[in-house]
Ligand binder design. Structure first.
Ligand SMILES: Nc1ncnc2c1ncn2[C@@H]1O[C@H](COP(=O)(O)OP(=O)(O)OP(=O)(O)O)[C@@H](O)[C@H]1O
Length: 316
């Protein structure tokens, strides 16, 4: 168990939170730019000292320890590999430092090369690798010494869309196979949902909500959280009333809507995404968004099924 109780202030910014992470759990810190995600990671890594509070891991207080004595592996945004070392040597770096015996070292490097599909690149230097390959080497290097705790700051940040997706599934498998307790920073909700057992939403240095991806998506605490998690159908009190709901702020989740039903609407926008189609439909003067397999063209009149019993009341 990792237990955090931390306070840290900068001019114009204050982080204050308490958070527990279970053994082997992957917890994603999700929040907009400037919400304090990296600051939190740096406090746990020991690169910053808290003004108040503690970092406890398996009952041991890590707060007074320097970074290298915390048993923490990290992968920060600028995953600088050592340019003069080969891929295998980069991965072995932490093992040499930790004085692993040669045989164990070689076995671990080989295991990670294979796991990360880097075996053919073992003797290359970083400048001979693609962006995605570099990122995999950096991840292997962080994992190699079997850290008890892994900190990942935007591990897929610097990559293009296609590589991001490819590495996302790769990272997901790796984290689950290694079973290491992980704190992961991202501002991408899709990434957080796919990678993490639980998601912690950070806003202006405070935790807004913590829960499994399913929990926070189904029951966001307030309108800000709902929007941040990618919800599109937030109904103002007036819009709620027009659809026959009490005049409060509501969230209509995607599963509460389908084509074909008694509500009459007009397709105002049709967005083709490839495997799915997004539709903005105006119903009773309210614009609602839904995704379908195949959708009617813009301007078409459609029938909508709205299960209003599934609407979630939100705080402002
Ligand atoms: N060393 C520092 N000195 C002063 N202010 C800092 C320092 N580090 C961070 N801050 C401020 O603290 C706030 C939180 O920064 P932090 O880097 O933790 O945000 P973040 O959520 O990681 O953002 P991003 O997604 O953009 O990386 C910001 O307002 C930033 O300007």
């Amino acid at each position: 168990m990792l237990e955090l109780s931390l306070e840290k202030a900068f001019p114009g910014f204050r982080l204050a939170l308490e958070l527990g992470v279970a053994e082997g759990e992957v917890l994603a810190l999700l929040g907009p730019s400037g919400s304090g995600k990296s600051t939190l990671l740096k406090l746990v890594a020991g690169l910053l000292a808290p003004d108040r509070g503690f970092i406890r891991f398996r009952g041991e207080d890590l707060t007074p320890l320097p970074p290298e004595r915390r048993g923490v592996g990290f992968l920060f945004q600028d995953y600088a590999l050592f340019p003069h070392l080969t891929v295998a040597e980069n991965i072995a770096f932490g093992l040499v430092e930790a004085r692993w015996p040669k045989v164990a070292r070689e076995a671990r490097v080989e295991e990670l090369l294979k796991r990360m599909e880097l075996t053919p690149h073992a003797r290359k230097r970083p400048q001979e690798l693609s962006g995605g390959e570099k990122q995999r080497v950096a991840l292997a290097r962080a994992l190699a010494p079997r850290p008890r705790l892994l900190l990942l700051d935007e591990p897929l940040g610097a990559l293009d869309l296609r590589l991001r997706e490819e590495l996302l599934f790769f990272l997901r498998r790796t984290l689950r196979e290694e079973g290491v307790t992980t704190l992961l920073v991202t501002h991408d909700q899709g990434e957080a949902f796919l990678l993490a057992h639980r998601v912690a939403l950070l806003r202006e240095g405070r935790l807004v909500q913590v829960g499994t991806p399913e929990e926070v998506y189904a029951r966001p605490k307030d309108a800000w959280t709902a929007r941040f998690l990618g919800h599109k159908n937030l109904l103002s009190p007036g819009e709620s009333a027009r659809l026959g709901l009490p005049p409060h702020l509501h969230l209509l989740p995607p599963k509460a809507m389908a084509l074909g039903g008694p509500w009459r609407g007009v397709v105002e926008e049709r967005l083709f995404f490839g495997g799915r189609v997004g539709l903005w439909v105006r119903v009773q003067g309210v614009r609602l968004y839904l995704e379908v397999q195949e959708g009617p063209p813009e301007g078409a009149e459609v029938g909508l099924h709205l299960d209003l019993a599934q609407a979630v009341t939100l705080e402002g």
